[in-house]
Write a protein that binds this ligand. Structure first.
Ligand code: XMP
Length: 519
């Protein structure tokens, strides 16, 4: 299949470039900046991403341009454009004309990259360096008030550079620019779409798995559900799923999700291991230790169950593309190490080797919105597809302090009120608040008690915190501005109904510097 290669120099928006290109119907892959593929027969174009680095840094990331430049069209974005210019005889300088945020470009000449774009339009800039001299064979095709070479093109080779970010929504004509590049310049036939993915993947899975049996763990989340539905289509009852109840799911979640799987025709074995998990977690307050225990218990319970299934050769996982992308740049941590673990997300890494199974990951090339589109096409119910993300360790990381059954009950009840209210609240545009926020949940501050008064009685109970965020990928998030009237209703319902809770707060922190979960 035709594909565009995006060489990643470490920009925050590299994944966005890939999503835009896929939305335009063209398959693309993100690769580290120095790993242009050896077998590039299907590559129709290359995009160079932005970067937090400067081309003047001693260890500035560089690509081997000789491998593709002049052979397939190339578009440099921000750092990518500056690196191209600096490499081919232009000059990049750190000038006073830093541009961050919105700017207006004016087209200075007609060019296929800018076809159909208004003579003046808004773009999003984010760079400290700027190109002050273009390479000899390049000319400017757009400028801003502050910089003469906002966009340039080579006169002799298929090379373009833009110092703004066409992939972000604030660049109002960014999609047109990317479409011009991908379709007109690179000649994409626009064959990629999630629907087309289904039959080809089913064929591949049948070929890959033959008559083997496959086991997979379900979490109730979108990715594992879609993965199971796809495998179910491909190999029917040779797939067996295991759904483990670790005792820290949301209210009625285990039963509801089991029912949804049954309705979708997915064969799944439910395992109630809550006693074991809660027993092992007793007295543990450290978030990383909680994750470690849950991860370990999960692997053990899962392996025990899987061992009882004869003839299983494969482990399937709902890994998706953002989980696999290897960034081009490993930034040093403050402590001098190679990058920092902010939270060690629980996954079943290491499981296949331990169990002697081969790994099958049919969704590893899809973004989340593509996974959802595939799930809808496969007929999965909206209550599985449209669910908010939920962390693997569940409510364990929403109880700040040690975990007891009674504390789990408090978060479950409060969470149920909050989530149900979000689902029931319809906004002026017809959407529910639940669909407007990316993720929502309730956090119990188990180590804190505050004074309250109920009727004539003094209470000394726990506060809970409501958390609701908007986001596109959980890498960054904003707190959701929920209506005050809504918050007031939820607050009084929680305080009136949830025994042990006498105060409700709303979390107004964005990520960064905070994170979505409290632990
Ligand atoms: P943070 O708190 O890091 O969360 O901003 C980002 C997203 O990841 C989810 N999350 C987890 N998911 N295991 C998971 O499977 C974990 O340990 C974990 N911790 C956070 C979180 O719910 C949010 O969607």
């Amino acid at each position: 299949m035709q594909r565009i290669i995006i060489l990643d120099f470490g920009s925050q928006t590299t994944q966005l470039i890939a999503r835009r290109i896929r939305e335009l119907g063209t398959y693309c892959e993100i690769l580290p900046y120095d790993r242009y593929p050896a077998d590039d027969g299907d590559v129709i174009g290359v995009i160079l991403s932005g970067s937090p680095c400067s081309v003047h840094d001693a260890d500035a990331p560089r690509a081997d341009f000789g491998r593709f430049l002049g052979r397939v069209p190339c578009l440099g974005i921000c750092y990518g454009a500056q690196l191209l210019a600096a490499t081919y005889g232009g000059k990049v300088e750190r000038t006073a004309a830093h541009e961050y945020g919105r700017a207006r470009i004016t087209l200075t000449t007609s060019d296929p990259l800018l076809r159909g774009i208004a003579a003046k339009s808004q773009v999003w800039m984010s760079h400290g360096d700027t190109i002050t001299i273009l390479p000899a064979d390049c000319h400017a095709i757009a400028s801003t008030e502050d910089i003469p070479f906002a966009a340039y093109a080579s006169l002799s080779r298929p090379i373009w550079g833009v110092q703004f970010h066409p992939e972000v929504v604030h660049t109002t004509e960014g999609t047109t620019l990317l479409r011009n590049f991908v379709t007109d310049i690179c000649g994409s036939r626009c064959e990629w779409n999630p629907e087309a993915f289904i039959p080809t993947t089913i064929d591949q899975l049948r070929h890959q798995l033959g008559n083997d049996r496959v086991v997979m763990g379900l979490s109730g989340g979108v990715d594992s559900s879609v993965c199971a539905a796809l495998l179910n289509r491909a190999i029917g009852d040779r797939l067996t799923c295991i759904f483990i109840d670790h005792g820290m799911m949301r209210e009625n979640e285990f039963a509801e999700v089991m029912e949804a799987y049954k309705q979708a025709g997915i064969s799944v074995k439910g395992v109630d291991a809550s006693e074991r998990f809660l027993g092992d977690l007793a007295g543990v307050t450290d978030p990383e230790q909680k994750r470690h225990i849950i991860g370990r218990d999960f692997v053990e319970v899962f392996s025990d169950e899987a061992k009882r299934m004869p003839g299983v050769r494969w482990l399937a996982q709902g890994t998706i593309y953002p989980d696999c992308i290897e960034s081009g740049l490993v930034r040093p941590s403050k402590e001098g190490g190679k990058g920092t673990v902010i939270k060690s997300h629980h996954n079943v890494g290491g499981l296949p080797e331990k169990m002697g199974l081969k790994l099958c990951e049919p969704l590893r090339w899809l973004f989340k919105d593509e996974v959802r589109a595939v799930g809808r096409k496969l007929g999965l119910p909206e209550n599985l597809i449209g669910r908010h993300p939920f962390p693997g360790p569940g409510l364990a990381v929403r109880i700040v302090g040690d975990i007891t059954r009674d504390r789990v009950r408090m978060v479950q009840e409060a969470d149920d009120i909050f989530i149900r209210s979000l689902r029931d609240w319809t906004c002026a545009d017809g959407q529910t608040l639940y669909n407007k926020v990316w993720q929502a949940g309730v956090v119990l501050l188990a180590g804190i008690r505050t004074v309250g008064v109920m009727g004539d009685e003094r209470t000394y109970d726990h506060p809970v915190v409501l958390r609701a965020v908007t986001s596109t990928d959980a890498m960054t998030a904003d707190w959701a501005p929920l209506p005050h009237e809504f918050l007031a209703t939820v607050s009084s319902e929680i305080i009136n109904k949830v025994k042990g809770v006498n105060r409700v707060c709303y979390d107004i922190s964005s990520k960064p510097p905070s994170t979505i979960e409290w632990e």
